[in-house]
Design a protein around this ligand. Structure first.
Ligand code: ADP
Ligand code: MG
Length: 394
């Protein structure tokens, strides 16, 4: 279907950004035992950059000279890839920097991108060392292809780029709650789910989205307004009249790059304007969870959107309306492990592929996550940016 693959040159040289703390804390050991021998065999030279703190990889990728490497390899969880993607976007030369292929080797406890790439490659589901070996083999093959990113904007003026997911409510709560069980590896999500099920919360807000296939009469009448909303203004007047509290930042706010040089969010309008008329505004205003995922997997053994592709130009929006019982929620959670959750016909669960969305919480409650990293709860909107970066896979 017109997918273009390119090949890494041989011999080639890659930079491996490795978080020694991710997952069960064995990433460096696993690199030496499982990855290094295969890279040597494939004539791929490497330099290992071991991170010493959060944002270390971000800062290096944002400011460093990357010209010596043919690809940037992340050996960690999805959190470190999030740092790398945003670090690249914050470079003055972001557009050419994004042409450098990225690669994920699962070293964390949240390995959704690695599991998705393993799935797209046609491999059987795999976890732990088997998934790592599969992904290392994919790196050795060296095929790279475009990947969509999602451009996210918060009401407090942040703009972030996301490759995996955006969520609010139950699933995000599980993601963050489970971080204390990181040492359990993939099993951390089971522990987190059990804990979050006990205090099943309802979150109030407005969800709006632009379904895939919905075309407006004129293609981008809003691009002017949207590109003028780039300053870090604190919008306090939301349509629903419930300004959210500005909580401490937990992910880096994007800076340094003049807004005008970034890809335009042609589908979005500023928060102080209602969403465009051809969007859908969900009448339900009480949710257990809202989750937009752009890859197939939510974790190594959680298949949320099995039809997702690296560049399908869409986000897969799932939302769970209030009224779902704990038992039904547990059944859904178990079904996601096999990707059969939609077969349960749960009346509160909705799925729709979208190109853009907006979430406006009425009060700042519950956690928001971007690619599994925590974000303060506030109004957020986002849209797909087609094929913005490149990833090794295939
Ligand atoms: P996991 O899948 O286990 O969550 P990640 O690679 O996603 O592993 O990393 C989790 C968090 O650790 C990320 O937010 C990242 O910024 C942070 N981090 C990166 N390097 C380090 C380090 N050396 N020490 C502590 N935290 C780090
Ligand atoms: Mg993580």
């Amino acid at each position: 279907e017109g997918v273009t693959y390119s090949l890494l040159p041989r011999p080639c040289r890659v930079l491996v950004l490795l978080n020694p703390q991710s997952g069960t804390g064995r990433a460096l050991q696993l690199f030496h035992s499982h990855v290094q021998p295969m890279l040597t065999e494939a004539n791929i030279a490497f330099t290992v950059f071991v991170t010493e703190r959060p944002n270390h990889a971000h800062d290096f990728v944002q400011n460093g000279d990357l010209s010596s490497w043919n690809a940037l390899v992340v050996m960690a969880g999805d959190g470190l890839m999030f740092e790398v993607v945003n670090g690249l976007m914050e470079r003055q030369d972001w557009e050419s920097a994004l042409k450098k292929p990225l690669c994920i080797l699962p070293g964390g406890s949240g390995n959704a991108l690695a599991a998705s790439i393993n799935h797209y490659a046609g491999n059987e589901p795999a976890i732990r060392e088997e998934l790592l070996t599969n992904c290392t083999y994919i790196l050795c093959k060296g095929l790279h292809t475009p990947m969509d990113l999602v451009s996210l904007r918060t009401a407090s003026g942040k703009r972030l780029f996301s490759f995996l997911s955006f969520g609010w409510g139950f699933i995000s709560d599980v993601d963050i709650t489970s971080e204390r069980y990181r040492k359990l590896g993939n099993a951390r999500f089971t522990m987190g789910t059990v804990q979050c099920l006990a205090k099943l919360e309802v979150y109030k807000g407005r969800l709006s989205y632009l379904p895939v296939g919905e075309t407006s009469a004129s293609s981008s009448p809003y691009s002017e307004q949207s590109s003028s909303s780039g300053q870090s203004g604190h919008h306090t007047c939301y349509r629903n009249g419930h300004p959210s509290h500005i909580l401490p930042q937990t992910v880096p706010g994007v800076s340094h790059v003049p807004e005008g040089t970034w890809p335009e969010d042609s589908l979005l309008v500023p928060f102080n304007q209602p969403v465009p008329k051809h969007w859908t505004v969900e009448p339900e205003e009480e949710f257990v969870s809202i989750f937009a995922i752009y890859q197939s997997h939510l974790g190594a053994d959680y298949v949320m959107a099995s039809k997702a592709k690296l560049h399908d130009g869409s986000m897969h929006l799932f939302y769970l309306k209030a009224g779902v019982s704990r038992t039904a929620l547990l059944k859904l959670f178990l079904a996601i492990q096999k990707g059969t959750h939609m077969d349960l016909n749960c009346p509160q669960l909705r799925y729709i592929p979208v190109r853009a969305f907006r979430i406006e919480p009425f009060v700042a409650a519950g956690l928001m996550t971007v690619d599994g990293e925590m974000l303060p709860c506030e109004p957020v909107q986002g849209q797909v940016q087609n094929q913005l970066c490149r990833i090794i896979g295939g």
